[in-house]
Design a protein around this ligand. Structure first.
Ligand code: FES
Ligand SMILES: [Fe+2]
Length: 318
């Protein structure tokens, strides 16, 4: 399962969107149902009944906190175990053979995160800016019709700023462009992380892009005096052709809620200007031998190398 993104933690839904009814999400080609148990804990199961493959998300949560299939009423607990089969003598059924797959889940920075594997999950590896207590996070989501790897590359790319973002923040690169400057990036890479420090002289040296394995790019606006401290752009694969772009903004302290909302919305607008060009690309990033490369492609080429050495290779082996 989850061949497109196996064995990673990733955000799938703002926690505010999960009430009393189950919610279905598609993650890396798999349907998952999220629901709350009696104690309010969030659980994630495969959204397919083990009986006749009906979507469990069409069912309801029982007063005892189980998920009841809408077809014949089988009930599954938060671990995916089948605990009730109506009209049948439970002594004549092996209930343990009727379970559905369950996936580890937890809430981080206002989102429900799911581990894309079964069994014991690895520890979640996320930047500290997503773990701060008493911090307001603003979440924006939209679906882009492209492979998730193209979205990561767009977010790791400094060179497109004065073109795609000509009317917005791309202006910071305008003078360098006009001078015909040859950009030299400072790139630090340790396989799980790629950091690209700004090549532009008119922004603080703390401004940087940082990719975190597998599908997160953080933009650090440290020391720039913005209402947003950091942008966390997750490219969450829905399937081979669609990506759930999930942007989590770490807001500055002490802001009025309404001003915060307004500032966040204004901040998001230019961030999604890439959509048109990225959707015009040809799906999944190809191997290094394909497409043409120049020195300023170094950050994205590092990502390509990692992707083809890890995830794409797993696809080949499976
Ligand atoms: S399909 Fe779910 S109980 Fe029959
Ligand atoms: Fe962009």
């Amino acid at each position: 399962m989850f061949e497109m993104l196996p064995n990673y933690w990733t955000p799938v839904l703002p926690v505010s969107e999960l009430g009393e009814s189950p919610v279905s999400v598609t993650l890396a080609g798999e349907q998952i149902v999220l629901f709350r148990t009696q104690s309010g804990e969030i659980r994630a199961l495969r959204d397919r009944c083990s009986h006749r493959s009906v979507a469990l998300s069409l069912g309801r949560v029982t007063p005892s906190g189980c998920l009841e299939c809408p077809y014949h009423g089988w009930q599954f607990n938060g671990d995916g175990a089948c605990v009730h089969v109506p009209f049948n003598d439970v002594n004549k059924i092996n209930l343990s053979g009727l379970a559905v797959s369950s996936f580890p889940s937890q809430v981080i920075a206002g989102c429900v995160w799911v581990f894309t594997g079964e069994g014991e999950p690895s520890a979640v590896q996320i930047p500290h800016s997503l773990k701060l207590p008493n911090t307001a996070y603003y979440i924006h989501r939209e679906i882009w019709n492209t492979h998730w790897t193209r979205v990561i590359e767009a977010n790791l790319d400094f060179v497109h700023l004065p073109f795609v973002h000509r009317e917005s923040f791309g202006q910071i690169a305008q003078s360098a462009l006009e001078r015909g400057e040859v950009l030299k990036f400072q790139v630090r890479d340790d396989c799980a992380r790629i950091e690209v420090l700004t090549p532009y002289e008119n922004v603080p040296p703390t401004f940087a892009l940082e990719w975190h394995q597998p599908n997160l790019v953080v933009v650090k606006f440290d020391d720039m005096g913005f209402p947003v401290k950091r942008e966390h752009f997750f490219a969450v694969p829905i399937n081979e052709h669609q990506t759930q772009c999930t942007i989590i903004l770490q807001m500055g302290e002490g802001m009025d809620t309404q001003i915060q909302q307004f500032a966040a919305q204004e901040f998001i607008k230019p961030l999604v200007e890439d959509r048109v060009v990225v959707e015009s690309q040809l799906g999944e990033i190809p191997t290094m031998a394909e497409e043409c490369h120049v020195p300023t492609d170094k950050p994205t080429l590092l990502f390509r190398r990692w992707y083809h050495q890890t995830i794409a290779r797993q696809l080949v082996l499976s």
